[in-house]
Ligand binder design. Structure first.
Ligand SMILES: [Zn+2]
Length: 84
């Protein structure tokens, strides 16, 4: 039984070390791209749900146009709350 516990701990340590290395690799790659002339800007601009404050992508959000302004909501509930 103790051997299984030790083996599990060993595997956990190996996995943690592996992910630490992977994080370093990802960070290094990200650092290099950040120094580039055209950093990867987010493709979609997020808009704020005026009811609950959640940021949503207009493409996936529910919208409501009132007084010439379009508002975006995370859910039908928020849209209903805004209307009332
Ligand atoms: Zn909301």
């Amino acid at each position: 039984m103790l051997r299984f516990v030790l083996l599990a701990i060993l595997l956990l340590l190996i996995a943690r070390a592996f992910w630490r290395v992977m994080d370093g690799v990802i960070e290094a790659a990200g650092g290099r791209s950040r120094r580039g002339r055209s950093p990867r800007a987010p493709a979609v601009k997020l808009v704020r749900d005026p009811v609950c404050g959640t940021y949503v992508a207009p493409a996936n959000a529910l919208s409501l146009t009132a007084g010439g302004t379009t508002h975006y909501f995370c859910s039908e509930d928020c849209r209903k709350k805004f209307r009332t």
